[in-house]
Ligand binder design. Structure first.
Ligand code: MLT
Length: 408
């Protein structure tokens, strides 16, 4: 028998979303006639928009010809997509990103989970609490934390509580963190940040030689002016930050799989002996070794997101989800709930009723309203007593869910 990586034994029982799915399956088996509405995992429900479908159909046809066939593509992504990303996602913000600073991948979950591999195993990690569980769990797996305590916190991990009291803004740690994970618009709280706050993070990172891992997967859902869309809007951020973006929620690619990360050339790490190393080259080495690129057909679909018609169609889908978000917010408020988020993000973060724990509230909603959401405590101890609803459902389902919750 081979020895295992015992860090895995430190993990809490199961990953959050499969755990929810397991409970819902058990409920549905016992109650086969119940019409369960799923607003738990943030999975999109609208079909892929026509311009993307057309682009993928035509790319598939190309693949069936000897001139248009593509085998392994460049691991980093096809130049046509890298160029479109730089021109459409960054140039309009006045940010210059070169093609070789972008790495296309099969999803932000994988990117956020894999990035830690290129940092030292003793790097000190800081995460918000509540937080997207991937940031924590992948560092636990890598051995950067100790055991989990009775308070639900892993030792040797810096937690930055994001609470109602601080407007769900994780506070800058007093101590030095080597790696800081930030997510804006935030999953799970739906909070956004300001340029001023990001400036303070960039200053912190410069002072402490930290690297910020900035997860911007929900950027497309920002509706208010002046909310920063990229950390690179802050001067000097390229020296300290990696940015993650995804086509999953923006363009309905949860099943197609396509995302990217930006690693500016200015960003440097250090060896133990103090020698500077390019993070971009390190990641490139990792990416080209472990990944064979996103399929040509999918990348052609992703490229179509940036055509004028593609942009228009995607905006319609985003508008649909954000109108769901408004319905959830307003409906819950009317029903007496305290709600947050849902304005610049597709998630609504609510205080549970009757001071129920997050999982008790989950059970109440499932058993009495047949509505599935995500318990806040699944995102970290500071999420206890909160609950997340996703706006990615079908409009009719969202309306029915809110009517059922209001009637409780
Ligand atoms: C979520 O529900 O938090 C997301 O769907 C998770 C993910 O994007 O992996």
């Amino acid at each position: 028998m081979a020895n295992i990586n015992e860090n895995y034994l430190k993990l809490k029982a199961g990953y959050l979303f499969p755990e929810i799915a397991k409970r819902v399956k058990a409920y549905s088996e016992k109650n086969p006639s119940a019409k369960v509405i799923r607003l738990g995992i943030g999975d999109v429900t609208l079909p892929i928009v026509p311009s993307i479908v057309d682009a993928m159909v035509s790319a598939s046809k190309e693949m069936g010809t000897s001139e248009g066939f593509h085998g392994y593509g460049p691991e980093q992504g096809y130049s046509f997509l890298l160029k479109s990303i730089a021109e459409n996602d960054y140039a309009p913000l006045g940010i210059k990103i070169d093609e070789n600073e972008i790495f296309v991948s099969d999803g932000s979950k994988c990117d956020c989970g894999n990035i830690q591999e290129i940092f030292s195993t003793d790097a000190k990690i800081a995460v918000a609490d509540p937080v997207y569980p991937v940031y924590v769990d992948t560092n636990v797996m890598a051995g950067r934390t100790g055991e989990i305590g009775s308070d639900g916190r892993y030792s040797n991990l810096i937690y930055m509580p994001a609470t109602r009291e601080n407007g769900f803004q994780p506070e800058i740690p007093k101590e030095k963190a080597d790696i800081v994970y930030l997510c804006y618009p935030n999953n799970p709280t739906g909070a956004v940040t300001t340029k001023e706050a990001l400036k303070a993070w960039v200053e912190y990172a410069k002072k402490n030689n930290s690297i910020i891992l900035y997860d911007s997967a929900y950027e497309a859902f920002i509706s208010e002016p002046d909310v920063p869309r990229s950390i690179y809007e802050v001067e000097g951020a390229k020296e300290v930050a990696i940015e993650f973006r995804s086509f999953s929620k923006t363009a309905g690619f949860t099943g197609l799989r396509c995302a990217y990360i930006v690693i500016p050339k200015e960003l440097k790490g250090r060896t133990r002996s103090g020698e500077e190393v390019s993070i971009n080259s390190l990641w490139s080495r990792r990416h080209t070794t472990k990944f064979n690129g996103v399929s040509y057909v999918t990348q052609k679909g992703a490229e179509a997101c940036f055509s004028p018609q593609g942009k228009k169609e995607i905006q319609t889908s985003i508008g649909y989800y954000m109108s769901n978000a408004a319905k959830i917010r307003d409906g819950l408020k009317k029903a007496g709930y305290e709600v947050f988020g849902g304005i610049n993000a597709p998630y609504i973060w609510l205080k549970t009723s009757d001071n129920l724990s997050s999982w008790d509230f989950f059970d109440r909603l499932l058993n009495q309203a047949q509505v599935v959401g995500t318990p806040g405590s699944g995102f970290g101890p500071a999420g206890e007593g909160y609950f997340r609803l996703s706006a990615f459902g079908k409009k009719e389902d969202v309306e029915a869910a809110i009517a059922r919750i209001s009637a409780l």
